[in-house]
Design a protein around this ligand. Structure first.
Ligand code: SF4
Length: 213
């Protein structure tokens, strides 16, 4: 069994802190960076603020937040989004409880994927689609096209187990179904995967130690 809390900052924060503001901040930190950088930025922010709450964020101000989360990259944009979320927290908290995405989406720097991770973390029906999820789902022939199309299809396929399916698809994309060189030869899904079927006997299917390589 995977230790999801070591692999995903949002999962870790949800499990150890449990409140929606912390989870939203964690997901913002994880945008366009590695999970390791997001973890580093989270711990730096927590250390700098004492506790990650809307009050502490407002007290610290954007510039301090920016410095504390530098490890996550895009710190200006992320700090502004975190600060703006703290300012509007009362409204956002209610929206998250109701599963209403609109107020969150009105904040610059918070997009559909970020909102979907937050909603999914708090039990609402959502299937966030990142680059790994999209690539794996497309290669497997499960879904393709726009964010909405892929998300809808995966929601349908994994209803009630969205969170686990989402994390497994990401891990599969990171470790096996890599963008440039998918390692189909060791993939447990190769027998049902149309992408692997179309590869014939290339490295992707025979593996790096195959004779004659
Ligand atoms: S068989 Fe290859 S392309 Fe298909 S899911 Fe596995 S790694 Fe990805």
């Amino acid at each position: 069994m995977f230790e999801y809390e070591k692999e995903f900052i949002a999962y870790y924060v949800k499990k150890h802190y449990g409140d929606p503001f912390s989870v939203l901040v964690a997901v913002i930190l994880s945008q366009n960076t590695t999970e390791k950088n997001a973890f580093d930025a989270w711990f730096s922010l927590e250390k700098g603020l004492g506790k990650v709450t809307p009050e502490k964020v407002l007290e610290a101000g954007v510039e301090k937040i920016e410095k504390l989360i530098r490890k996550a990259g895009l710190q200006k944009q992320k700090a502004r989004a975190i600060y703006e979320a703290a300012k509007r927290w009362e409204v956002l908290k209610e929206a998250i409880a109701k599963g209403d995405s609109k107020p969150l989406l009105s904040i610059k720097g918070i997009g559909k994927k970020t909102v979907d991770v937050v909603m999914m973390s708090f039990g609402h029906e959502a299937f966030p689609v990142d680059t790994h999820v999209k690539r794996v789902a497309t290669r497997l022939g499960w879904a393709s096209g726009s964010y909405e199309k892929v998300s809808e299809k995966l929601k349908e396929m994994f209803r009630g187990k969205e969170m686990e399916a989402h994390m497994l698809l990401i891990l599969h994309g990171r470790r096996t179904c890599k963008a440039k060189k998918p390692e189909c030869w060791r993939c447990p899904l190769k027998d049902i995967c149309p992408y692997a079927g179309g590869l014939g006997t290339t490295t992707a299917l025979t593996g790096p130690s195959a004779p004659g390589k």
